[in-house]
Design a binder for this molecule. Structure first.
Ligand code: GSH
Length: 196
């Protein structure tokens, strides 16, 4: 992927995470806030041949698919001062160069009563991306995640940590897509371990 150089010249910026960023931002930030964005659903439809997979066995990671009736919960991180350029430089490599994600500005709604939305940067992998894998059944996605690993670790860790975040921080959200894939991946993993 061609590096995407983003210079905002801003003194503060919100960055919305909905996948690995919710449990591993790995950049310095001033504060974080659980909340959601509207008009998108989170789907394990993006391939990953670097962090959680390889060219031979690409893993599956999440991206956002436009859907006017949907919302996606995650965490927004506020970066200020020098943290803005530092975080963007880091994420450009992690998300865009290694992951194929592009950036977009969206409204982020912090959880809680009457919280006004703030503009936030989000990384999205669109369907015209070379790594895009598209829809598959929870069982097929679960099998793929159960057997893939990449330079950053196992694809199963990526899935389980996201499911853990949603259970702990967004217990009111029923994410059928995420939890059905988690169930399938854990079932496959138990069979693989039993077969050893
Ligand atoms: N952009 C989403 C997804 C980010 C994501 O999962 N990106 C992958 C790149 S393919 C990543 O950073 N992986 C690091 C890891 O798996 O630990 C987010 O905001 O969390």
């Amino acid at each position: 992927m061609k590096p995407q150089h983003i210079t905002t010249g801003k003194t503060s910026l919100w960055i919305f995470g909905y996948g690995s960023l919710v449990w591993k931002p790995d950049f310095k930030y001033r504060r974080s806030q659980v909340g959601y964005i509207q008009g998108y659903k989170r789907r394990f439809w993006h391939g990953d041949n670097f962090h959680r997979g390889s060219d031979v066995l690409p893993g599956r990671v999440v991206t956002l698919i436009e859907d006017d009736d949907a919302s996606t919960w995650g965490v927004a991180f506020e970066v200020t001062g020098s943290q803005v350029e530092e975080s963007l430089k880091y994420l450009n490599v992690r998300e865009t160069v290694c992951g194929g994600y592009i950036t977009k500005m969206v409204d982020f709604f912090p959880e809680g009563e009457n919280q006004p939305p703030v503009q936030a940067l989000v990384y999205i992998a669109t369907s015209d991306n070379a790594l895009y894998l598209g829809p598959a059944s929870p069982e097929m996605i679960g099998i793929q995640i159960a057997v893939c690993r990449g330079k950053t670790g196992h694809n199963l860790e990526y899935l389980l940590r996201l499911a853990e975040f949603m259970r702990n921080s967004c217990p009111h959200v029923e994410d059928h897509h995420l939890f059905s894939i988690e169930k399938a991946a854990l079932t496959v993993t138990s069979y693989l371990l039993a077969a050893q």
